[in-house]
Design a binder for this molecule. Structure first.
Ligand SMILES: [Zn+2]
Length: 345
């Protein structure tokens, strides 16, 4: 009896404040205070041969939030993919509180196939098919796998984008305001912590968890704060954009109290309450006539589309006074596709 009491006392005394457990994603478990890596398998089905989703778990020595960082939702958005490669061994699990899950390339078919927007296998946009379908096409099965294996295990989610292979983009983040007020407020704090001054206020995401469409919104509709970020573009891997991602993640780790040090949040954000994606009315050759990050007046010409013999068939104009968040700056354009995004305060 006395001995049992002694053992119990020793157990209580030797236990840290909050014990951390091993953390499992798919086939991989990282013990407390360690890093482990592997891949999720999206099995073959019908005509497609399936794919893999490589990830790293950085499991802190003590318990805390679970921050999922997802890169490569769009396969030609390289900056976040390269930034996570660099950050794998720069977050020390021995001093980390909680767990970081890095998804290195969410959309492997699009990454290896070098496609913008759409999967080369099923023609779908991964960031429109969430929460996915276990018996669906490849993009739907990728979404289903990430929803179950990553988002379900996280407490906070960041979907790291940049301008796609055709988009010249100024850095900004999307703060999604739909969902519970508590979750929206936490999302705002994440946006400020990430450190990008320009923040698009997004009030129009679906609220049904079964039709969440977007990666971040899949987390939000499941009661988890989330953020979408945009840094870099047109398939260029540049140092300033990579550093923005690193700085952003460092800011989040501090704000979520997963690390003690880190950069301060944005003090004076520039919030874009009104936003519009301006789309092409014609198919042809696109000539951008404005640069990312510029202020434009209502009616200013943003781009021109010609037919394949050089005749102008459409002029794309700014719908209101605003800021050019991105502009498509490569020639191919198909009717209905985005040409530019304009934001106004
Ligand atoms: Zn994207």
């Amino acid at each position: 009896m006395r001995r049992a009491t002694l053992v119990l006392c020793l157990l209580v005394l030797s236990r840290p404040a909050i014990a951390q457990q091993g953390f499992t994603v798919g086939p991989v478990t990282a013990a407390a205070g360690t890093i482990a890596a592997g891949a999720l398998t999206v099995a073959a089905r019908g005509e497609d041969s399936g794919t893999t989703i490589p990830f790293t778990i950085i499991n802190g020595a003590s318990a805390g939030p679970v921050l999922a960082l997802i890169a490569g939702t769009h396969g030609m958005e390289y900056v976040p993919i390269v930034a996570l490669q660099r950050m794998r061994d720069r977050i020390d699990p021995r001093t980390l509180k909680g767990t970081v899950i890095m998804v290195h390339v969410a959309n492997m078919p699009s990454f290896l196939g070098r496609t913008i927007y759409y999967s080369p296998v099923d023609g779908k946009n991964l960031n429109r098919v969430y929460p996915g379908k276990a018996d669906g096409t490849i993009s739907e099965r990728i979404a289903d796998t990430i929803t179950r294996e990553v988002i379900a295990r996280a407490t906070h989610v960041v979907d790291l984008h940049c301008g796609d292979g055709n988009e010249s983009l100024r850095p900004y983040s999307y703060w999604i305001t739909t969902g519970e007020p508590r979750i929206a407020q936490a999302g705002r704090e994440m946006a400020l912590a990430f450190g990008l001054e320009h923040i698009v206020v997004d009030r129009e995401r679906p609220t049904d968890p079964a039709a969440s469409m977007y990666t971040s919104n899949t987390a939000i509709t499941r009661g988890k704060p989330a953020l979408t970020t945009e840094t870099g573009g047109i398939a260029i891997v540049d140092e300033p954009s990579i550093e923005m991602v690193q700085r952003g993640v460092a800011g989040l780790l501090k704000q979520l109290r997963m690390r003690t040090d880190g950069p301060l949040p944005v003090a004076t954000p520039i919030l874009f309450d009104r936003n519009e994606v301006v789309r092409a009315g014609q198919t042809g050759i696109l000539y951008a006539e404005v640069e990312k990050g510029r202020e434009v007046r209502k009616g200013a010409r943003l781009a021109r589309i010609t037919d394949f013999h050089g005749k102008t068939i459409e002029e794309i104009r700014a719908p209101f006074d605003g800021h050019v968040l991105y502009v498509v700056s490569t020639p191919p354009i198909t009717k209905g596709e985005p040409v530019a995004m304009i934001g106004a305060r």
